[in-house]
Structure formats: structure tokens, C-alpha cells
Design a protein around this ligand. Sequence first.
Ligand code: AMP
Length: 223
Amino acid sequence: MKLILLGPPGAGKGTQADYLQKKLGICKLSTGDMLRAAVASGSAIGLKAKDIMAKGQLVSDDIMITLIRERIDQSDCKPGFILDGFPRTLTQAEALDATLSVLGKHLDRVIELQVDDKKLIERITGRFSCAKCGAGYHDLFKQPKQAGICDQCGHTTFSRRDDDKAETVIKRLEAYHRQTAPLLPYYRQKSVLSSVDGMADIAEVTRQINRALELDKKIMENG
Ligand code: AMP
């Protein structure tokens, strides 16, 4: 299955992509994660992306398209993939279509997570993660069970993304509305778009995604 999770920053794409990756056994391609790894490693792409990301702007289409093209052609993505954070512009969407058509593949579904901007700012500015295993937490909604200790690996240092500061989040939301939201009519017209209520709690969003993918039906059929 080849899926796109579309939605503004903080809509919950990463959380749902993790769930779908486990459920469907397909690879998760998060361009944000790929870029953060590139920045951390000091690679040529990382050096180009660092300042742009810190300003809440979009990295160039050329870089992003090359990154994704190389990745979806690798063997672990043959059974399918979930794209989280790509495409973010019409140029990227068209390049993805062209790449898939060369590979003889097609998109199965694009899931839009709808969340209003006010909620997003609250969600993003409160999030932090374990510096060792990356497990995600939130000041208001999901503190570690024991203060200061990661639930998953027991590590005691946590980090916050540089671009999760309120002023940068506003820039990222502007970029979403200006450059990424036009993808909604693009995919609607191709009859592959399903929208879910990203304001609901995580389990309910997952249920709505499952319904959109008819996963529930397949799971029941397979026992
Ligand atoms: P994310 O983790 O998806 O919120 O992405 C973090 C940042 O990485 C974004 O604010 C952009 O600067 C950059 N980025 C991630 N994916 C893309 C993309 N598909 N196109 C352009 N920039 C991207």
C-alpha cells in the first residue's frame, strides 16, 4: 500500500504513520526526520537545509524530490510506504506521480488530518522527546509516567525541536496554508483523498484512518 499523510505541522502525522508502519509492515518515510538526520550528520543536504528549517520555511523541491526518489526505490519500500511530510508543494506532488508511474506504481490513498491552527500551536509548542530513543511527550497531554524518566528506555535527558518555538510554528503554518494546502484539491480531483478529524484523540483518529483504508474490514476477514 502506498499512502500519504497530509496535514499541517503538529496534526499527528508522525504518530499515525508509526501506527500504520507497524500495522501494515510497510516503510515510513518522514522527510522531516530525514532532514533532521542530515543536519545532525553535517551532510551536504543537512548544511543546505539547516537554516531554512530553523526559519520554518520549506527546503527546495529539488532536494526533497531527489531524497524521496532515492528512498522509495529501495528494497524495503517495495511492499509500500507511508509518506509523512512529503509532498508539501504541487511540484513535489507532480514529481511523486511521475516517479511512481515510471516504477509502475500508483498512490492508494491520501489521508488528510484536519486540525485548526490554534490547537496546533498548543500541540507543537508543548512537545518534547527522549534524547536517546526519540519517544514523544507533551507538557500538557503526555508527561512521562515518572517525572524526568523516559517511559520507554529509562533515559533522563529530553530535547525539544528548534523549530517548535511559537514564532517558528507560525511560519510553518503559513507555509502549510500557502504551499501545501493546494494539494488537497489536487488529490481530491484524483479521487484518492480521505479527510479525518485530527482534533479527536489519537485512538479515534486511528479508527477513522482505518475506516478510510478499510483496514478494519481486512483485519476481520483475516481473523
Ligand atoms: P516536519 O518534521 O515534517 O514538520 O518538517 C520539519 C521541516 O523540514 C519543515 O518545516 C521544512 O523546513 C522541512 N521539510 C520537511 N519535509 C519537507 C518537504 N517535503 N519539503 C520542503 N521542506 C520540508
